[in-house]
Design a protein around this ligand. Structure first.
Ligand code: SF4
Ligand code: SF4
Length: 458
């Protein structure tokens, strides 16, 4: 197996002896923006010196800025079923937790989608518990079909990323054929002993099967995969090295690593108390980890959910995070229920702001909120995407696409004030564009949007 606990622990031990010069050498290497090997990352994880930490944050911020510019991609989760045969002790949906389970009918899925579209969303992450009887792959495929075909006014979902349990090559092929965006699966923890402990007697408890899920997904030609761990289950430094070694494994075997990495932190949930978890990480360690991941894999999207408070989200955007959820509900049928004032969430959320509030603040802070979904629809996925990203040329499409989707959002869902601010922002940005041809194309698209055309992208 490519994850070896003794090896990772040994590496972390050895890295404790790294000198100032060793740390400096890794920071210098990181400046080339070519990513780092896990041995180097172990060194960064052991930095304690304030000056070197500051230098690392600064570098993470610079890397983030040079690759992602001011763009922040927004999305929302859609929970369709909370039936689950698993026993994950950190999750409110585990099978021993008693509450009335439900799975949405296709009519209910469509209702949720319409509410999400009304909020302006274009990208969703489809979420459901593991239950081969109540929510088999056929149910997931049906949901995907419903989501893509539910369009109202100018609302449409253009990319659905899917987070379902580890499965077979055949089922991944079905997801691929159904037009999924990224296949998301969190390893939860790379520490096998803890993995076994937090997944007692259940399907998900097979560490190796879970760990090799992306190999099977890639064999099925699902080439955008999104990883993550649930920070707080095990030693966070161990988890970061686990993520990096997993990424290297995929790069070596399939030519492309993670498309995204998510960084959820353990949160309280119904029937889950945080007291049983000795590895909870404080804000300082969390920030350090986000910065290190950004430096380690500069071209991998870094995703933050509404588990974190607005203040923390704002800070992490500066040196790492490139995508975040907004206006999320983490309960099945939660969007409709929220409108009615009650819901059961998978975990507690901390940022309760609506997308329009998030967007306003992002614009005020100088960011360009983006609903872009162009790459997947242009076939820029997997290795092809990574090549373009690493060459730096991706920015020539990302930026105008972000600006186009922002204007689309403002015209369809914003008020006059937001429309004005969004237009001022994109015109200012257009003036700074390096390529004249792209600038002209964008400005002509801006006019077309105002005349009612939609879904324009490069
Ligand atoms: Fe089920 Fe997923 Fe929760 Fe585990 S984390 S109990 S698999 S919904
Ligand atoms: Fe993402 Fe591609 Fe859009 Fe850039 S152009 S924001 S990489 S989908």
């Amino acid at each position: 197996m490519f994850i070896d606990k003794n090896y990772i622990e040994g590496l972390l031990e050895k890295a404790k002896n790294a000198t100032r010069e060793d740390v400096q050498a890794v920071l210098e290497k990181a400046k080339k923006r070519e990513g780092l090997k896990h041995e180097d990352i172990a060194v960064l994880l052991q930095i304690e010196d304030k000056q070197q930490l500051d230098e690392m944050y600064k570098l993470a911020g610079e890397i983030k800025k040079s690759i992602y510019g001011k763009r922040i991609v927004l999305f929302a989760p859609l929970y369709v079923s909370d039936y689950c045969v698993n026993n994950c002790i950190y999750c409110g949906y585990h099978k021993c937790n008693s509450f009335k389970r439900r799975k949405l009918t296709q009519e209910e899925v469509a209702e949720e989608v319409k509410i999400l579209e009304k909020m302006g969303h274009k990208r969703l992450a489809l979420e459901l518990g593991e239950d081969p009887v109540n929510a088999p792959i056929e149910y997931v495929l049906e949901c995907l079909k419903t989501i893509y075909k539910t369009q109202k006014d100018n609302g449409e979902i253009r990319r659905v990323n899917v987070n379902i349990a580890a499965t077979t090559v055949d089922e991944y092929k079905m997801l691929k054929d159904a037009g999924i965006g990224t296949y998301i699966l969190f390893q939860e923890t790379y520490d096998k002993d803890i993995f076994d402990k937090v997944h007692p007697k259940c399907l998900k408890g097979n560490y190796e099967y879970h760990l090799t899920a992306f190999d099977r997904a890639m064999e099925a030609k699902v080439d955008d995969v999104g990883a993550g761990v649930l920070f707080g289950l095990a030693d966070p430094k161990f988890e970061v090295l686990g993520l990096m070694i997993h990424n290297e494994h995929l790069e070596e075997k399939f030519g492309v690593g993670f498309h995204t990495i998510s960084v959820p932190r353990l949160r309280p949930a119904k029937g889950v108390s945080l007291e049983e978890f000795p590895h909870l990480l404080d804000d300082e360690m969390f920030k350090k980890i986000v910065a290190i991941i950004r430096i380690a894999v500069p071209f991998t999207g870094l995703i933050l959910s509404t588990r974190e408070e607005a203040k923390m989200r704002k800070e992490l955007l500066r040196y790492g995070v490139s995508q975040m959820s907004a206006g999320s509900s983490t309960g099945v049928g939660g969007y409709k229920e929220r409108e009615e004032g009650h819901n059961v969430n998978q975990f507690e959320t901390s940022d309760e702001r609506s997308p329009i509030e998030v967007i306003r603040e992002l614009i005020e802070d100088g960011y360009i909120p983006s609903y872009c979904t162009a790459c997947y629809r242009k076939g820029r996925t997997g290795e092809r995407f990574m090549k373009l990203a690493k060459s730096g040329d991706i920015q020539y499409v990302c930026e105008p696409n972000a600006m186009t989707t922002l204007i689309e959002y403002a015209l369809d869902y914003g008020d006059e004030e937001l429309q004005k601010k969004a237009e001022e922002l994109v015109r200012r940005e257009a003036n700074n564009m390096k390529r004249e041809d792209i600038k002209e194309l964008f400005l002509s698209n801006l006019e077309k949007l105002k005349q009612g055309q939609r879904d324009l992208y490069l």
